[in-house]
Write a protein that binds this ligand. Structure first.
Ligand SMILES: Cc1cc2nc3c(=O)[nH]c(=O)nc-3n(C[C@H](O)[C@H](O)[C@H](O)COP(=O)(O)O)c2cc1C
Length: 164
């Protein structure tokens, strides 16, 4: 007889943590202020048209600026970018004039959203649709720019820790 896992948030977290993902930093810029968030819910969605999606927590500092800007970017992190992943997932990080201060980046050529230097790939998006996702908003974006970066190993997330 297999023990049933209780249906609560903590148990759910430990069960879904066995699904390995890559790690991205989603970014946007509004009124000259650059915002970024560590995200592992990013996934490609459609080829015709080119669409991808991620889920943004309602409480995340990125949530309002991203919806306001209507454009955003994704930096796909490599194995050596764990410090950036940890920084953009820290609630205590400064949400002052510029969250990217000290993190080498360049503005996306189409959206102006910051692209982290040294990433494996970058994509830029215009918001295509948003959907209710419980305590998250599901944000679907249409690709408006993309570029390959370093040819390195990916940063992964599995069982609540970073792996390479
Ligand atoms: C590996 C990892 C993946 C994450 N993925 C997401 C995600 O897909 N969507 C999201 O809203 N938050 C995600 N988070 C949580 C945010 O990065 C975290 O809540 C962040 O600190 C929000 O803080 P802020 O409100 O100060 O921006 C993830 C965190 C980690 C460590």
């Amino acid at each position: 007889m297999v023990d049933r896992t209780p249906l609560d948030p903590a148990a759910y977290r430990s069960v879904v943590s066995r699904y390995a993902t890559g790690i991205t930093v989603v970014s946007t810029v509004v009124g000259g202020r650059r915002h970024g968030l560590t995200v592992n819910s990013f996934t490609s969605l459609s080829l015709h048209p080119l669409l991808a999606m991620f889920a943004c927590e309602h409480d995340a500092a990125l949530h309002e600026p991203l919806l306001q800007a209507g454009t955003w970017a994704v930096s796909v992190l490599g194995a050596d970018q764990q410090p950036a992943a940890a920084y953009f997932a820290t609630r205590e990080r400064p949400d002052g004039p510029d969250q990217f201060d000290g993190w080498p980046s360049r503005p996306g050529p189409v959206t102006g959203a910051p692209l982290l230097d040294g990433s494996l790939a970058w994509l830029e998006f215009r918001t295509w649709a948003t959907y209710d996702g419980g305590d998250h908003t599901i944000v679907v974006g249409e690709v408006v720019g993309m570029e390959l970066g370093a040819d390195g190993e990916p940063l992964l997330y599995f069982r609540s820790s970073y792996r390479a």
